[in-house]
Design a protein around this ligand. Structure first.
Ligand SMILES: [Zn+2]
Length: 411
């Protein structure tokens, strides 16, 4: 069977191109609902699915996508959270730019092999020179022009052309319209540029789940939109293309926002002395200029506060890159930590032992069986699979290719 990288020295390409679709926040259990929709039903039937997979902690979008892009833990790749730690700033900067990643990425490894990567709304890709067709997910700061910051951070001409082509479907950055736009852009890139590695991030489910919770009827809108988008993608790829799909984390229903920094201020501890970084299901204590006694006191106090579940273990702190902080803690199901009061019905960022919190990945391609279901492992194994499919050299990947995922043994 023909597979691998072929072509003349200056024009190398993958025989089987690889399309990776990230279905943000669709947990392993939620996939059971999604696979009843038309195109997902077909994809499910034709794929090998790996279920009950562990995500990465901190279970938020940017650290996990960077783990998938590098095959490493957050403590290795350096993207610990979605945003920077900026006490006093209610809208901290998002870590949108690839310069924050300290490990080798899929797109860098692909570029080394002269393969072309396209990324649409993939997190932490701003300014990535190795991505030939880059439409990055960039969060504009208040009063910044979304258009200008996006153009600057990605492929300018491509983004401008695609915006003019499909601006009618957009309603700002509202979902599910944004996913529809992202899909149309990726379809155009596939048809016109035939990149080797294609990375697409769809976030309608995550957005609607934050807003309405996991059990809301409104989520039907997200399922239908995801299914319609999948249909468009499957219609434009050639039959040689390997399709890989996964989710980064689940969501849990919440009813109460907790602002733990209020506890510090009530005790007269200023932001210059200490700050609690709030990441949804978990929070981290940063001590800047306060005594050891204050840290111990606050740790004891937080234990008794509303919605507190437990302190994070040493291993959790280290793997998520926060081993140098005094402590971290996580919320009971139903509660989440925020720097300001917000109304949400769903959230994530919890440790990986929470119930109903597993994720999945699947692959459809010539070297994979149809309708096979495997179980277990880590999302880092997914990177090993993508790297194998693209024949990339990524020696630092911590995951390993899931046993029996290939029809035949591949070396
Ligand atoms: Zn996410």
């Amino acid at each position: 069977m023909n597979h691998g990288i072929i072509g003349k020295r200056k024009e190398l390409y993958l025989v089987s191109k690889v399309l990776v679709i990230s279905l943000d926040a669709v947990s392993d259990e939620t996939f059971d609902i999604l696979k009843e929709y038309r195109h997902f039903k077909t994809l499910y039937r034709e794929s090998t699915l790996v279920r009950e997979v562990d995500s990465l902690f901190l279970s938020n979008t940017y650290p996990i996508h960077t783990s998938v892009a590098t095959g490493t833990y957050p403590y290795e790749h350096g993207v610990f959270s979605n945003t920077k730690v900026q006490p006093g700033n209610n809208h901290p900067d998002w870590l949108c730019f690839s310069q924050f990643i300290k490990a080798k990425t899929l797109w860098q490894a692909a570029n080394e092999k002269q393969l072309k990567t396209a990324a649409v709304m993939w997190p932490v890709t701003g300014g990535a020179k190795e991505i030939a067709y880059n439409v990055p997910e960039i969060m504009a700061k208040p009063r910044e022009s979304q258009m200008i910051v996006s153009l600057r951070a990605g492929s300018k001409f491509l983004q401008l052309k695609e915006f003019l082509r499909h601006k009618k479907v957009l309603k700002g950055i509202q979902q599910p319209q944004l996913d529809q736009f992202s899909t149309l852009v990726m379809c155009d890139i596939i048809k016109e540029k035939q990149p080797d590695l294609m990375l697409l991030h769809l976030t309608a489910y995550d957005s609607l789940c934050h807003q309405y919770g996991k059990d809301s009827k409104k989520l039907k809108e997200a399922y239908e939109a995801l299914d319609a988008n999948l249909g468009k993608l499957l219609a434009v790829i050639d039959e040689e293309t390997t399709v890989i799909f996964f989710s980064d984390h689940g969501q849990l229903n919440v009813h109460q926002c907790i602002q733990p920094n209020i506890y510090l201020r009530e005790r007269g501890i200023s932001e210059e002395e200490a700050y609690i970084e709030c990441c949804g299901g978990s929070a981290f204590f940063h001590a800047y200029n306060c005594s050891e006694a204050t840290v111990v006191q606050m740790k004891e106090h937080l234990r008794g506060t509303q919605g507190f579940n437990r302190f994070l273990t040493t291993e959790e702190m280290q793997l998520c890159g926060r081993g140098d902080l005094p402590f971290g803690f996580c919320a009971k199901v139903g509660y989440f930590y925020e720097r300001r009061e917000i109304q949400e019905k769903g959230n994530h960022g919890y440790p990986l032992d929470y119930p109903h919190y597993k994720v999945f990945y699947g692959v459809r391609g010539k070297r994979f069986e149809q309708g096979k279901v495997l179980k277990g492992g880590s999302l880092l194994d997914l990177t090993a699979l993508i790297a194998k499919e693209c024949e990339l050299d990524m020696p630092d990947i911590k995951g390993k290719i899931k046993e029996n995922i290939y029809k035949e043994r591949v070396l």
